[in-house]
Design a protein around this ligand. Structure first.
Ligand code: ATP
Length: 283
């Protein structure tokens, strides 16, 4: 399989544009892809190799003084497969080129700072693929649903986040924002599995059921986030995640696309290649 098998590329099929409506979204769908799972896995392996090459080129650019980076922002409720994306998609590239950060409940030190403080501290270094497992968007999701700050405080964060991301893009960071969505039924079955299997107990957190009980509130918060922060320079991609193979394939394609848009080249040699060949010959 080397010709493009997509009917519609995920960049178009999954982008949250104006009027995007989560209430009619189908988390079992495979937008843009009409082939089967085996074909999807074959394509993923091919594009994984491409992603690894592109990431190495970005790393090489960073080593040669380049300032650019790529940042993958992963959001999703519990069990949507954020960890699986990190393992299976980001895991296809050289780990030395990856800056990974996950954002849980803020520590007292983090709470004493502006909410973007811990985010700024975790931004990818030049040449790196940064991965945020949860992100500054928790500050308009859990914080909004749980009333952790008053509405006039979280309410001004959407514009602030847009301005922050514009600053990042302006300084050379391409941002790929992915919201993973599973259905309530699928979440029940994934949580159930965590309670059945001793090798999955560690992933189970009784508090996950509290968030599950607030599903409509979270959906409203996600809808607001998509309405207000899916911008031209940093759009959201809403990825149906009931089928893990599809979600992983789609995120791989979104990353390959973001890297390709950088127009990367291998850095030129900073030495005289012919002279070095002669020296090697004579050494
Ligand atoms: P995950 O559910 O992402 O796999 P986890 O269950 O191991 O992770 P952590 O990563 O330690 O848990 O923390 C995730 C939790 O932290 C989520 O419940 C999330 O809503 C919460 N959280 C993240 N950011 C904030 C924030 N700014 N304010 C309050 N809670 C937050």
């Amino acid at each position: 399989m080397s010709k493009n098998p997509w009917d519609v590329h995920p960049v178009q099929a999954l982008r949250a544009g104006p009027g995007f409506d989560l209430s009619t979204f189908d988390p079992s769908a495979t937008p843009g892809w009409s082939d089967d799972r085996d074909d999807g896995e074959e394509r993923m392996a091919e594009q994984g190799a491409r992603l690894a090459d592109l990431q190495e080129m970005l790393f090489a650019e960073g080593r040669s003084g380049g300032a650019r980076s790529v940042l993958l922002v992963l959001q999703g409720m519990d069990t949507t497969g954020k960890g699986g994306i990190v393992r299976h998609v980001v895991g296809m590239v050289d780990p030395q080129g990856v800056d990974h950060a996950s954002f849980g409940k803020p520590t007292p030190e983090e709470l004493a700072h502006h909410y973007l403080w811990r985010i700024r501290n975790a931004l990818p270094r030049p040449g790196r693929l940064g991965v945020f497992d949860r992100s500054h968007y928790e500050d308009v999701l859990v914080v909004r649903v749980e009333n952790l700050v008053p509405p006039d405080v979280w309410g001004q964060r959407y514009d602030e986040i847009n301005a922050f991301e514009a600053e990042l893009v302006g300084s050379g960071t391409a941002i790929v924002k992915v919201a993973l969505m599973v259905s309530l039924d699928e979440q029940r079955s994934r949580l159930g599995e965590r309670l059945e299997r001793p090798d999955k107990y560690w992933k189970y957190n009784p508090a996950d059921l509290d968030a599950r009980a607030k599903w409509p509130d979270y959906r409203e918060a996600y809808q607001a986030l998509l309405d207000r922060t899916s911008t031209e320079i940093a759009p959201w991609f809403v990825v149906p995640a009931n089928r893990k193979w599809y979600a992983r394939l789609a995120v791989t394609e979104l990353l390959v696309d973001a890297f390709e848009r950088l127009g990367l080249r291998w850095p030129a040699a900073e030495f005289d290649v012919e002279v070095e060949k002669d020296r090697l010959e004579n050494s």
